[in-house]
Design a protein around this ligand. Structure first.
Ligand SMILES: [Zn+2]
Length: 187
């Protein structure tokens, strides 16, 4: 059998090509003709998955607040959590597109994603989770529907998820008073 760059046919009649990236032999079934493949590049499954993974990683790293990738990721995460916890879910990408703004409506923080933490003491150097937009259910025991969700910073969301509005106010007022009493300025 001639060893050329062209498709080789092995004794069983399968077509064998070499992966252009890792040089491993790829055996194509009879009904696929590798010579029809574009640009004469061949890729094995392992290299293909690696390439896809790198592309996906890059897409996620480069996403911007409110762009398609960002909203898709938000929606996917939310859907997965609601499935896990058996919560009604009927949100769509277009709902998020209508709901998202530039800043947190509660804390006035400008939304940022994929940004390293410089400002907050805890978790310094890690991703700045506090400034990420997040989906909050207005009434916690109702589902993720367009009517029952609002997009707020993860910081506001995590505070709100701990207690009722009245309790949150009490804690805030208490510490404001205490700081005044003790002369603490930047608490
Ligand atoms: Zn390969």
């Amino acid at each position: 059998m001639k060893h050329t760059e062209e498709t080789q046919v092995n004794p069983r009649g399968c077509k064998v090509k070499r992966c252009t990236t890792c040089l491993v032999d790829i055996v194509y079934p009879d009904n696929i003709n590798p010579s029809n493949f574009r640009n004469h590049t061949y890729i094995c499954r392992t290299c293909d998955l690696k390439k896809e993974y790198q592309k996906e990683k890059k897409r996620r790293k480069n996403k911007k607040v409110g762009d398609k990738q960002h909203l898709t990721d938000m929606l996917d995460g939310c859907r997965a959590r609601s499935r896990k916890n058996n919560i009604l879910f009927s949100l769509k990408i277009k709902d998020l597109r209508e709901l998202i703004t530039d800043t947190c409506p509660i804390l006035g923080i400008k939304y940022e994603i994929n940004k390293k933490n410089k400002q907050w003491g805890k978790g310094k150097g890690k991703n700045n989770w506090q400034t990420s937009p997040s989906i909050d259910r207005i009434v916690p025991n109702k589902g993720y529907t367009k009517e029952n969700v609002i997009i707020v910073s993860l910081m506001a969301n995590s505070i709100k998820n701990q207690a009722t509005p009245k309790q949150i106010l009490k804690v805030g007022e208490f510490y404001e008073e205490l700081y005044k009493e003790k002369g603490i300025v930047n608490g």
